[in-house]
Design a binder for this molecule. Structure first.
Ligand code: NAP
Ligand code: MG
Length: 406
């Protein structure tokens, strides 16, 4: 059978530990046999980040800007223990942080739904995608312990010398104080990424904040979303048959619980931090969450939401059998290849991505899965497979699908 040809390359970022092992298996078993892969390859494994002074991460992000589509393997974010383990020159920053800063994007996280792995919330039938604003608020705040009585003020001095001042509180005794900020520019690119992604995936978009209490701060978020929607997206949304709606964060939480799912929930930074963990665990497994970084000018970087699965890697190094779930990483590949296919008008590549995803679902739904899923599935007669066996089983399902089509 002839392999599927690609027109434009995708950017491929390899990573670390067990995720890197899965990466190799996925390419060997599921990509190379079927696709003449065109990729610009960057090794973001920690050893190479150290050897290149982390330049490789910057180069990979810039290549993503050039080609528009990337697929990334999970990578280690170094801490003190990793400094020792890899004998690092420096405690390099999180690659995801570096890439996000260069692409100025928003991360969308969506659970993968398969029959047999049921969400804990009974009404949820479709995935809920969380879009988390990744700049500012409490994550870039300054804080103070207040030792005793005194007046706290919020003061801004303009470059032209004009001053604005508000009293925060007159302390009668000890307490705490915090100052935080955000930028119109960052909120705007967050909103644009959300509107584009909603159009892209044809899903309704919700945005929620607390503008009734925070009449300037949260209200600014609401106003920017409203303004961009009414001037640039209203018609497009109508044509696509989708809606945008704003509500208060507490109302959004209540509605989400009673919903069927199938929408994008845009969250301020802190709300996104909290809600994405709630949504992912309620849908079943961290290993079944995909993640895509979308920049406001339309670049896409796909990855699994989980990390490098260090514990499994050490077992693997000892020669023990592992049963690590590769679904999210396979879906990062299909996400990137489908997007490449869409952008290039490459129907064969698009179909390949769809078929491979279908093969993943069929494999699990027929009872073949890794241990993490075997422990929570409602299916009976389950076969628990090793990391490699599962990927081979997906390949068999793929071949079966091909045969049934011809
Ligand atoms: P992790 O890789 O997400 O794994 C934590 C635990 O979750 C695993 O030990 C495993 O539980 C379970 N798990 C996660 N993914 C799984 C999968 N695909 N299949 C089966 N089980 C899975 O987090 P970590 O081990 O705490 O972090 C390791 C490294 O990942 C860290 O250095 C961190 O910096 C990095 N990280 C990278 C990214 C990224 O690149 N996007 C994101 C998060 C973390 P059991 O051990 O109980 O089986
Ligand atoms: Mg968190």
């Amino acid at each position: 059978m002839e392999k599927i040809k690609m027109v434009t390359p995708i950017v491929e970022m390899n990573g670390d530990e067990m995720a890197r092992i899965l990466w190799g298996m996925i390419k060997d078993e599921l990509i190379h046999p079927y696709v003449e892969l065109k990729s610009e390859y960057f090794d973001l494994g920690l050893a190479n980040r150290d050897a290149t002074g982390d330049q490789v991460t910057v180069d990979a992000a810039n290549a993503t800007k050039k080609y528009g589509v990337a697929v990334k393997c999970a990578t280690i974010t170094p801490n003190a223990a990793r400094m020792k383990e890899y004998n690092l020159k420096e405690m390099w920053k999180s690659p995801n942080g570096t890439i996000r800063a260069i692409l100025d994007g928003t991360v969308f996280r969506a659970p993968v739904l398969v029959k047999g792995i049921e969400p804990y919330v009974r009404s949820w039938k479709k995935p809920i995608t969380i879009a988390r604003h990744a700049y500012g608020d409490v994550y870039k705040s300054v804080e103070m312990d207040i030792p005793g009585p005194g007046k706290a003020e919020l003061k801004f001095i303009g470059e032209d010398g004009t001053e604005m001042c508000e009293t925060v509180f007159e302390f009668k005794g000890p307490g705490v104080l915090q100052g935080m900020h955000n930028l119109d520019k960052s909120i705007t690119s967050f909103a644009v990424s959300c509107f584009n992604y909603a159009l892209d995936t044809r899903q309704n978009l919700w945005f929620a904040a607390k503008d009734t209490i925070s009449k300037k701060y949260d209200h600014t978020f609401k106003d920017i979303f409203d303004e961009i929607f009414s001037t640039r997206y209203k018609d497009k949304f109508e044509k696509a048959g989708i809606t945008y709606f704003y509500t208060l964060i507490d109302d959004a939480v209540a509605r989400a619980m009673k919903s069927e799912g199938g929408f994008i929930w845009a969250c301020k930074n802190y709300d996104g931090d909290v809600m994405s963990d709630m949504v992912s665990s309620a849908f079943g497994s961290l290993a079944m969450m995909t993640s895509v970084l979308v920049s406001p000018d339309g670049n896409y970087e796909y990855e699994a939401a989980h990390g490098t699965v260090q514990r499994h890697y050490y077992k693997y190094l000892k020669g023990e059998e592992t049963s690590t779930n590769s679904v999210a990483t396979i879906l990062a590949w299909t996400g990137a290849l489908r997007k490449r296919g869409e952008l290039d008008g490459n129907e064969d590549l698009r179909k390949f991505a769809d078929r491979l995803e279908q093969a993943v679902f069929r494999t699990i739904e027929s009872g073949s899965m890794t241990k993490d899923l075997a422990m929570i599935t409602t299916l009976e007669n389950v076969r628990t497979l090793s990391s490699g066996e599962f990927i081979k089983a997906v390949r068999s399902s793929y071949e079966e699908l091909l045969r049934s089509e011809s």
